[in-house]
Design a protein around this ligand. Structure first.
Ligand code: B12
Ligand code: SF4
Length: 512
């Protein structure tokens, strides 16, 4: 079978894993990538430029040109609207191709997604066994019964719903994510994305894990699972030879969750890989020893969620378990061993104490993070915070339904804050973004009296400027990689894409 995966904005490890599984089963997997320049649902949303670089029609033609048997999409909520528009156009141009969606957004609102006429099947939860099982039935005309973690449509439109099975227990049974698929579109030598584990011990009310951990129908088995150090290092050694990467990014939800595993992985990483890396971590799982292990192995920066400095709110409304003392201990340890850190902060939590921003400013001013990643509260379907917003009337039924259909979702727009609060948040955002530029006199230079007089559009421009200037000043790797990706894709935007070709079979885990 010929399977075309469609990715947007960034490399997607889920697509890489599913592609590797299908190729290992003997299928032909290809990628069509929408760089979505200036509309990447990540950092940049610039209306004029996104129109200049829009390539929607070309993406559809590229998909159809591959003559696919199956077209697979893995949308997040922010990319769902585009995904459905593209899927409809592909179905109209190539009606025989089966359209299959899965991943984060689909698993949150399966009924909404399967109701789309252009969709033939959907994955709910982990798709490692489900998608290959579905594709295996296609040469004989399609499935005849239920497939766990998959829903499919009969020709009369009736939906056959497979139940949700336990989490895949053995991550070593998976091949390495299919990097060859992304070679043409992602600069793998400058940053190699990889995961050593799946799952998180926590259930923060705004996060995917809040509902993902509860998906299995019966016993889910262990949710937090690790690849063996051998399996992970084998991938990195193979990839280092193939791509000579200069930076590795571990995107495990909490890379430091298992200290025994971490000791072994980082010891080997230092000896056998030895290039700078970054990872995501959590204050509860970061102590003096972990900070030292990270530093010794070449960790150039970690990313950690703070989100709110209203301790009571954080515990009761966000289900975040860390205390201020845990955060301070973690940051002190990182500081001691010279590991740089970026901290995530969310504005606009309803009911959060006003003092939370001042407390955050004091913390950030004291520890001086490399960058504060600022977000506006976004209600993602499936999460507790989304359900509470509906129950408490902060989201109307129409708004909730629009979000479930991929509309009205942005990380960059305030939702339910009034104009005065938004202005206040923006002033703090400017202060947070300016931390790497200014010394301890931060509060004096950008005092509330001064920033209070700056109008909103000017504040936004200053925030962008401060963010870029801080990135330059601190030599921020993430921003440098992101800027290089943009430069490359902009240069390619007007060039014809290389003729579609399936990747080779270099990845050793595809043949074992
Ligand atoms: C790495 C990562 C990134 C990377 C790469 C982005 C990407 N598209 O993967 C970067 C840093 C670029 C990024 C950016 C963003 N991210 Co992000 N990111 C993650 C992270 C930490 C890991 C994703 C991952 O690789 N998972 C591992 C793979 C193996 O799992 P998977 O993709 O879910 O795939 C499995 C199943 O879902 C299923 N499946 C997937 N597709 C399909 C298809 C079919 C047909 C089937 C059957 C099954 C199936 O099978 C796969 C294997 O089991 C997740 C958190 C998480 N734990 O998932 C957040 C997460 C995906 N990100 C999130 C968000 C919000 C964003 C941003 C919008 C904002 C931001 N600033 O972070 C941008 C959007 C950028 C974009 N254009 O995609 C949210 C999405 C929530 C939602 N409802 O949409 C998540 C879930 C975190 C959270 N807050 O809850 N992100
Ligand atoms: S700790 Fe991070 S990854 Fe885990 S549930 Fe909370 S926000 Fe999600």
């Amino acid at each position: 079978m010929r399977i075309v995966f469609v990715a947007i904005g960034a490399e997607q490890l889920g697509i890489g894993t599913l592609s590797a599984l299908l190729r290992r089963a003997g299928h032909d997997a290809r990628l069509v990538f929408n760089p979505a320049l200036f509309d990447d649902r990540y950092n940049l949303d610039i209306p004029l430029l996104k129109e200049v670089f829009r390539r929607d029609a070309r993406i559809v033609s590229e998909i159809v040109a591959h003559e696919p048997d199956v077209v697979v999409f893995s949308p997040l909520t922010v990319t769902y609207r585009w995904t459905i528009d593209t899927a409809r156009a592909v179905k109209a141009a190539a009606p025989a191709a089966r359209i299959v969606l899965g991943g984060v957004h689909t698993s949150a609102v399966p009924e909404v997604v399967i109701a789309e006429a252009c969709v033939d099947a959907i994955g709910v939860g982990e798709g490692d066994l489900a998608l290959p099982a579905y594709v295996a039935t296609l040469p004989a005309g399609g499935p005849t019964g239920a497939i766990p973690n998959l829903w499919w449509k009969r020709s009369d439109g009736a939906v056959v719903r497979g139940g949700n099975s336990a989490f895949l227990p053995d991550l070593d049974s998976l091949p390495f994510s299919d990097k060859e698929l992304f070679e043409d579109v992602i600069d793998l030598p400058s940053n190699y994305l990889v995961m050593g584990s799946r799952g998180c011990p926590y259930r923060c009310t705004f996060c995917l894990n809040n509902f993902w951990a509860e998906l299995p129908d019966g016993e889910g088995g262990r949710f937090v699972r690790h690849r063996s150090p051998e399996h992970l290092l084998a991938e990195l050694l193979w990839a280092k030879r193939r791509y000579a990467f200069r930076h590795v990014e571990f995107v495990d939800d909490v890379f430091t969750v298992n200290h025994k595993w971490l000791r072994e992985v980082l010891g080997r990483y230092r000896r056998e890989i030895g290039v700078p890396f970054s990872c995501l971590t959590h204050a509860k799982y970061l102590n003096d020893e972990v900070a030292r292990l990270l530093a010794d192995a070449g960790c150039e920066s970690v990313q950690m969620g703070i989100q709110s400095m209203d301790e009571d709110y954080r515990r009761k409304r966000l289900r975040r378990v860390e205390r201020a003392r845990d955060v301070e201990r973690a940051l002190t340890a990182l500081e001691k061993y010279g590991v740089r850190f970026t901290l995530d902060h969310i504005f606009g939590f309803p009911g959060e104490a006003d003092a939370a921003q001042e407390a955050a400013l004091a913390l950030y001013g004291r520890f001086r993070p490399h960058r504060v990643n600022t977000f506006w509260l976004t209600y993602f379907p499936g999460t507790q915070i989304f359900r509470e917003a509906v129950a408490e009337g902060r989201l109307t039924a129409e708004e909730a339904s629009a979000i479930e259909r991929g509309g009205a979702v942005s990380y960059h727009q305030p939702r339910d804050s009034d104009a005065a609060s938004v202005h206040r948040y923006l002033r703090y955002e400017l202060l947070f973004k300016s931390i790497p530029l200014l010394g301890p006199q931060l509060g004096d230079l950008l005092s509330k009296e001064v920033t209070a007089r700056i109008p909103r559009p000017a504040l936004r421009a200053l925030i962008y400027a401060a963010d870029v200037a801080s990135a330059v000043r601190t030599g921020n790797q993430d921003m440098a990689i992101y800027a290089r990706h943009y430069a490359r894709e902009m240069a390619r935007a007007w060039l014809p894409r290389r003729s579609p070709k399936p990747p080779g079979r270099e990845n050793p885990s595809l043949t074992t």
